[in-house]
Design a protein around this ligand. Structure first.
Ligand SMILES: *Cc1c(COP(=O)(O)O)cnc(C)c1O
Length: 475
């Protein structure tokens, strides 16, 4: 363990560039040794190999110039907790496999329900992340609706004949996992109806009203409304308060995908941007993003814990029946997983160690950095800022001079980003906005400074100039 720790410190904490720029082919060549050798090489040698071939060529998530995705620099309290929880190897499906962990997860879940002002009777469970949390929200929503509308027990009987008319409503910038969940739930992606967004990339409520009226007119059955608190590209927070009203009016399950923006609840200055979340039927929140915990770590929260019943099942060896072992909590009944990690320990140790106030300040500092970064881009002649940041993503394009058409800008930014991957001095994401290839930084790192951002933009500029020269030669 000590050797592994040293290897991490030497490789990940070392080095200037967040990535070595090694190509997929060159990486593949490193791994020509047999994965399952007849005789082992010994642990020390295996660790040294990993240090050289894997750690050295990983993206250095703690490097301030590594800022592509919602992939956070993990905070040390979370890493310490990760080491403890994997060593203890508790499994949260049944109490006899995780006695203290079961009770503590429940306690952390209760605290999270409190953080989002959910009422008493709320409950939740830790998940692998937003994908699973969104799936679980829509699963419970579907089952409640089918029970109420058709007296159908989906768990036992499967989908009702009317399933074709079920609809989920979310904004056009909601996370793709909403559609994925609809597929997995047997409804199909076409069951997801997307509502246009306004200039601030938030769900347009007037358009939502039209969508709901139209669905009703056509005999469709919307059963869930998904609001996003922090969209992946622009960090937009839907007007949750107004969505709550619409959900109540149309008797929809209101699920809030706060995978990204949930951390605002820790801050003094921005918590009110989540207003309305306290009235959600379910909430998805990720700790492996803006809560700085190692992957994976998410939670699914449920306004009325009784709704977990529709997915509970009994396995003789895990949770015999409530009255056999009255009072013993077996969390398997609340999860889509069976064997399950004790991920709750990570936010627990982090919250205990750092405290809400300081945690909130860390989050706030990254929001300020995003604003400063946007100002820097706005002032630059060769960059085009696409939107003022809402959280800590900043979306922009390299557009070295006026008069370059969108199609060329698209090709230029795509070529630029390929060069960035080979360069390694800055880790920046690409995305598409209005059909045009764009660049994105996600400034999650509270130790990053505006100088780091400026240094990243210089690298982007270097790669942009080279990409432009190449385009002009080949044009
Ligand atoms: C990251 C994210 C997800 C997916 O969550 P995972 O943790 O990657 O499973 C869903 N919704 C939003 C808004 C996200 O940012």
């Amino acid at each position: 363990m000590r050797r592994a720790t040293e290897a991490v410190v030497e490789t990940v904490a070392d080095g200037d560039a967040p990535y070595t720029g090694r190509s997929p082919e060159a990486l593949a060549e490193q791994f020509d040794a047999p994965v399952v050798p007849e005789g082992g090489v010994g642990l020390d040698a295996a660790i040294d190999e990993v240090a050289e071939t894997v750690l050295a060529h990983s993206v250095a998530t703690s490097n301030p110039r590594c800022s592509a995705h919602l992939q956070c620099p993990p905070m040390v309290p979370g890493l310490a907790a990760e080491a403890m929880l994997t060593a203890a190897n508790q499994s949260l499906d049944s109490f006899d496999q995780a006695p203290a962990a079961t009770v503590l997860e429940q306690r952390v879940v209760d605290a999270l329900c409190g953080l989002f002002d959910l009422p008493s009777g709320a409950d939740g469970v830790f998940t692998s992340g937003g994908t699973q949390s969104n799936f679980q929200g829509l699963l419970l929503a579907r089952d409640r609706y089918c029970h109420r509308a058709f007296g159908r027990d989906v768990q036992a009987e499967g989908l009702p004949p009317e399933a074709d008319s079920l609809r989920v409503v979310c904004s056009e910038t909601a996370h793709f996992t909403v559609k994925q969940a609809a597929h997995h739930l047997g409804l199909g992606e076409d069951a997801v109806v997307t509502v246009p967004t306004d200039d601030g990339h938030q769900m347009d409520v007037a358009a939502l009203d039209r969508t709901l009226a139209d669905l009703t007119d056509r005999g469709r059955r919307p059963f869930a409304l998904v609001g996003t608190a922090g969209t992946t590209d622009f960090g937009a927070v839907d007007p949750l308060d107004e969505l709550v009203d619409r959900a109540a009016e149309h008797d929809l399950w209101f699920h809030v995908d706060a995978a990204y923006g949930g951390a605002l609840a820790l801050t003094d200055d921005h918590a009110d941007r989540l207003s309305g979340i306290e009235l959600a039927d379910s909430v998805a929140v990720d700790f492996h993003k803006l809560f700085y915990q190692p992957i994976s770590c998410g939670a699914f929260l449920l306004r009325d814990g009784e709704n977990f019943r529709s997915m509970a099942r009994n396995a003789a060896y895990l949770n015999p029946t409530a009255h056999d072992e009255g009072g013993v909590p077996n969390l398997v009944a609340k999860s889509v997983q069976t064997t399950r990690r004790f991920d709750a320990l990570k936010p627990y140790v982090a919250f205990r160690a750092v405290g809400r106030e300081r945690f909130g300040t860390l989050v706030e500092s990254t929001l300020e950095l995003a604003d400063d970064a946007a100002a820097l881009l706005n002032d630059a002649e060769d960059f085009e800022l696409l939107s003022d940041p809402t959280l800590n993503t900043v979306v922009f394009r390299y557009r070295p001079r006026e008069g370059i058409g969108d199609e060329t800008v698209s090709r230029l930014n795509a070529a630029l980003r390929r060069r960035l991957l080979d360069d390694g001095r800055a880790v920046v994401a690409r995305t598409t906005v209005d059909g045009v290839t764009s660049l994105k930084v996600t400034l999650l790192n509270p130790t990053a400074t505006l100088d780091d951002v400026a240094a990243m933009l210089d690298v982007v500029r270097d790669c942009g100039r080279d990409a432009l020269a190449e385009l002009e030669v080949t044009a």
